[in-house]
Design a protein around this ligand. Structure first.
Ligand code: B1M
Length: 210
């Protein structure tokens, strides 16, 4: 079995002790953090994302896999910044104003991290002005909004309108997701993309930033 396969398997099975241990061994063996991320961790999360999409894995297993991913990421994160290697880019995510649901948003964040992005998670109940502030502070080209309530869906349009009204943020892409949303609604509020699930959010981010 390849040295990376064991690591991918530890992510898929959600073994955070093993994922950390194998990552430490690979680092000690001189493997670069980027190779570990690209050949071991990301392929593992990719399998998790696919299994989640096809109902072969469920939310608790995905959260456990994400924990294993985080344990390994903790080992390589300092090395990545030390070597100056960059991720695919930064993405800001948050649940919109008035909405406290964060399980789906957290999954999206974990999947994006697994897909190679640096995620800045603003949490829940996030005001439009906060998104603007953080976009400017972090020079971000893509944000992800989550809403679980029909009553908070319009807050997504408010964020989009607020971004469009400011010349410094008008070019920022916006992807949205959450159980009550549809592609039709996405188009109607002028968002750039809709992710029906966490795995699709990664594909969407890749597409929007390509
Ligand atoms: Co709430 N709640 N809740 N709730 N809650 C729902 C959403 C509801 C459908 C339940 C129901 O009535 N059947 C209903 C909404 C009805 C509606 O608007 N039409 C509802 C309600 C009414 C409420 C309250 C108003 C209840 C009350 O107080 N009377 C209240 C509102 C609080 C508030 O937000 N202001 C409330 C509170 C809560 C809890 C706090 C108890 C808790 C949230 C805990 C938490 O998140 N930390 C909660 C929960 C857990 C739910 C249900 C049961 C589960 C939601 C969930 O986490 N699903 C939910 C019913 C249900 O959905 N079955 C319900 C799992 C999660 C992985 O899925 O979030 O859809 P989801 O995310 C998916 C995709 O949507 C997508 O990817 C994820 C993974 O595949 N996705 C994105 C999500 N965001 C994305 C962003 C992207 C891309 C994809 O790009 C950026």
């Amino acid at each position: 079995m390849s040295k990376y396969q064991d690591l991918s398997d530890s992510i898929i099975s959600g073994d955070n002790v093993k994922s950390k241990e194998i990552t430490k061994k690979l680092v000690a063996g001189g493997i670069s953090a980027v190779d570990i991320l690209n050949n071991g961790l990301m392929p593992g999360m990719d399998v998790v994302g696919k299994k989640f999409k096809t109902n072969e894995m469920y939310i608790p297993e995905v959260l456990i896999a994400a924990r294993a991913m985080h344990a390994a990421m903790d080992v390589i994160k300092p090395l990545l910044s030390e070597s100056g290697s960059d991720t695919k880019g930064k993405v800001i995510i948050g649940t919109v104003l008035g909405d406290l649901h964060d399980i789906g948003k957290n999954l999206v964040g974990m999947m994006l991290e697994g897909g190679g992005y640096t995620v800045i998670d603003l949490g829940v109940d996030v005001a439009p002005e906060r998104f603007v502030e953080e976009i400017k502070k972090n020079s971000v080209r893509l944000i992800g909004l989550s809403a679980l309530l029909t009553t908070t869906m319009p807050a997504m349009k408010t964020v989009i309108d607020t971004l469009k009204a400011d010349k410094d943020t008008s070019g920022v892409k916006v992807m949205i997701g959450g159980a009550p949303l549809t592609q039709e609604y996405t188009d109607s509020i002028g968002a750039d993309g809709y992710g029906p699930d966490a795995a699709s959010a990664v594909d969407l981010a890749n597409e929007l930033l390509s």
